[in-house]
Write a protein that binds this ligand. Structure first.
Ligand code: F6P
Length: 424
């Protein structure tokens, strides 16, 4: 490769998400206009060494990728560069690997490297920076759990997917008078569950940040029954801790760097059926949330992130990560970004609005009236003890039987149910 041109490298690391290609395109277009070549390393950090694997990226070969899901460069979240098993759980990279990366920089004459990734991948970028390599970060995660940025791209797309699932579950739940449990992603933070739950008309939202009990979940279902709403939508984040503090994992071994979560939806559904005998079904959304193209919001955010990352390299602001601090795109030191998670504040306006609407978070605060929650939770006298199901709700009233002489057409009954809001 000729050493004449200025050159920028880019890679995508960790779990994929909608918007990665929009970042790549945004970076390439900006770089070309400023006289830089761009090379894209294949399969994340793996492409940097032994064997060095990359492709030249141009306006031409990135045309049309704005709307595509996944990443044209491939990605990996395991392998030689897996640097963390969670926040603040740093593993040092092998010095030989770092030396190999440095050699690649020199060989390709890189002015800087753009690392697009979540907290684990950005922790690797931070080690590159500490080693003296010119690097900038772009935050990526559908979980939206990086504190330095108001939003990460991919989150809005994941919420749109989960909301669409709830819309679909809504109609089948109402038709069969069932409880539907939707398990969504969200390892440390319940942003997807919260936003999708509000947007999709969920009735119960269980997230890692708010401790909950099965008694309160069941109370909500029975309360809805009493109101004539014979179905309930429960949204549960995969990382929501069980009442005993455990997380439900999809694998027996828990000694891997990042234990695979999954299965809490089934546990919640099983307990609901066991405790109150309600017909319950589960839908685990899984990687559907990570697949597909980005929403318009994510396209705009990702494009700005890619473009701003190039600007950081041109301005030699190395060791920085681009971020969105509304209304501006700016940057913060990577080290500050990787050490702090953004989690749902139980007193935030979104949670308060949800509670005011009657959405349950499975905690004792459900028993308080709208808008009283913040003050009441701060009040030590408020009991955290949830009443048992039998204490808190009256039994479901028996259906009214119509006299034989007054037949009511089936269509009319359904229409009446819609009209009085029972379907919703
Ligand atoms: O961190 C993003 C995330 O989507 C988590 O919500 C989820 O637990 C994890 O990735 C799944 O990762 P993998 O694709 O490796 O199973």
């Amino acid at each position: 490769m000729s050493h004449a041109a200025k050159r920028i490298g880019i890679l995508t690391s960790g779990g994929d998400c909608p918007g990665l290609n929009a970042v790549i395109r945004g970076a390439v277009k900006t770089a070309e206009r400023h006289g830089y070549d761009v090379v894209g390393f294949i399969k994340g950090y793996e492409g940097l060494v032994d064997p060095v694997t990359y492709i030249p990226l141009t306006n031409r070969n990135t045309a049309g990728i704005l709307t595509q899901g996944g990443t044209i460069l491939g990605s990996t979240n395991k392998g030689r560069f897996a640097a963390t098993c969670g926040v603040q759980d740093r593993l040092e990279l092998d010095p030989l690997l770092l030396a190999g990366v440095k050699a690649t920089y020199e060989q390709l004459d890189l002015s800087g490297l753009i690392c697009v990734g979540g907290d684990g991948s950005l922790a690797v970028a931070q080690q590159f920076h500490e080693y003296g390599l010119a690097v900038v970060g772009v935050p990526k995660t559908i979980d939206n759990d990086l504190s330095a940025t108001a939003f990460t791209f991919g989150f809005d797309s994941a919420v749109a997917c989960a909301t669409d699932a709830l819309d679909r579950l809504h109609t089948t739940a109402a038709s069969h008078e069932r409880v539907m449990v939707l398990e969504v992603m969200g390892r440390h933070a319940g942003w997807i569950g919260l936003y999708a739950g509000i947007a999709g008309g969920g009735d119960v939202i269980l997230i890692p940040e708010i401790p909950w009990t099965f008694e309160n979940v069941c109370s909500k279902i029975l309360e809805r029954d009493q109101q004539g709403k014979k179905f309930t939508l429960v949204v549960v984040a995969e990382g929501a801790e069980m009442p005993d503090g455990e997380v439900v994992t999809a694998e027996r071994r828990q000694d891997t760097r990042q234990t695979r979560l999954g299965g809490i939806g089934n546990v919640v559904a099983y307990e609901i059926e066991k405790r109150i005998g309600r017909d319950t079904r589960v839908c685990v959304l899984g990687h559907l949330q990570r697949g597909g193209g980005p929403t318009t919001f994510d396209r705009v955010l990702a494009t700005q992130f890619g473009s701003h990352a190039v600007r950081l390299i041109i301005e030699e602001k190395f060791g920085e990560m681009v971020c969105y601090q509304p209304p501006s795109i700016s940057s913060v030191p990577i080290i500050d970004a990787v050490n702090k998670l953004s989690r749902v504040d139980a007193n935030s306006s979104a949670v308060q609005a949800a509670r005011a609407l009657g959405i349950s978070f499975g905690d004792a605060a459900d028993l308080l009236g709208p808008f009283c929650v913040e003050e009441a939770l701060a009040d030590e006298e408020v009991s955290n003890e949830a009443p048992t199901v039998s204490e808190s709700v009256e039994p479901t009233p028996a259906p009214v039987e119509l006299a034989v002489s007054e037949p009511v057409p089936v269509e009319w009954e359904a229409a009446a149910a819609y009209a009085d809001g029972a379907m919703w």
